[in-house]
Ligand binder design. Structure first.
Ligand SMILES: [Zn+2]
Length: 293
């Protein structure tokens, strides 16, 4: 049977999501309103819990419209005016950038995340962070979140299992449509694959992603993500079979179905693939050209 061109065939382009919505008895969402080809309609920020002090998970990029909607969504969806604390999936700007608005609106709240390995990104939050790590639990009325260390997209990335629902907040590890970028500088494709395989072992059915709609068939989606990256890896090796190529040439050969304006982003993921294959001793680079070993 011939290989497909790609496994994950949908994309974030043109997706629409409501300003805010209740998704389950213990999960509601407010849209971050930072739309783009990689963020879809914007970052999903989540209100989690059943009581008067829910948890806020992620804060968007720092958009006025989100800051206006958040207290309205909180009141309408959860009948309260205050959060218990903030939990962050990782320190990319479109997850942490709304912290200043959160502090302005709700005062100084405790902010839990795994620290970024070097100084810098965490400081963007502009507030002290309570350091948490794999297996840490954060709870409020009606909800217990358990952290799962899932590096690869970002070195500080935590997913969170919502125990009461067999649900998983995946941040940017799994998205509601399309695939995620593995940054070639700070990302790590090998770690990312290990993170996906670990998520597959969890007893979860629902995924609440940081971008795009809720996923109800969690295991199938995680399997698709793994298959997608494995396919890309075979495609890279296949593309190099006829001789050495530079990254843009490989991208052009493989991403035939992706609009050209996304090729710069695709090149990042491609370099992550090449880095991983290089470490495994399967490809090597000489003066910007990659070849099989
Ligand atoms: Zn990210």
């Amino acid at each position: 049977m011939a290989e497909p061109i790609r496994v994950v065939t949908d994309s974030m382009m043109g997706l629409k999501l409501p300003d805010y919505a209740r998704l389950s008895p213990r999960v509601a969402t407010v849209l971050g309103h930072n739309p783009g080809p990689f963020t879809g309609p914007g970052t999903n920020t989540y209100i989690i819990g059943t009581g008067s002090r829910p948890i806020l998970l992620d804060t968007g990029i720092g958009v006025t419209k989100w800051a206006e909607l958040l207290p309205i969504g909180l009141r309408e969806l959860s009948r309260t005016d205050q959060f218990d604390r903030v939990v962050l999936t990782h320190a990319h700007q479109d997850h942490i950038g709304g912290m200043r608005d959160v502090t302005r609106l709700f005062g100084k709240l405790e902010v839990c995340k795994k620290p970024w390995p070097t100084a810098g990104p965490d400081a963007a939050a502009g507030i002290p962070i309570t350091e948490i790590d794999d297996a840490a639990t954060v709870s409020t009325d009606g909800a217990t979140l358990e952290a799962v260390f899932t590096p690869g997209h970002a070195p500080d990335h935590l997913c969170y299992v919502l125990r009461e629902e067999k649900a998983l907040f995946t941040g940017d590890v799994i998205l509601g449509a399309g695939t995620t970028i593995i940054p070639d500088e700070t990302g790590d494709l090998g770690q990312y694959m290990d993170s996906l395989r670990r998520l597959l072992t969890l007893d979860v059915e629902t995924i609440y992603p940081a971008h795009g709609p809720v996923i109800r068939n969690a295991k199938q989606k995680i399997s698709e993500y793994i298959a997608h990256r494995e396919l890309r890896e075979r495609q890279v090796l296949g593309a190099l079979r006829d001789g050495p190529l530079e990254v843009p040439q490989i991208v052009k050969k493989i991403y035939t179905d992706v609009p050209v304006f996304l090729h710069t982003a695709a090149a990042q993921s491609m370099r992550s693939h090449l880095k991983k294959l290089g470490r495994e001793g399967r490809v090597e680079e000489h003066e910007g050209r990659w070849k099989l070993r």
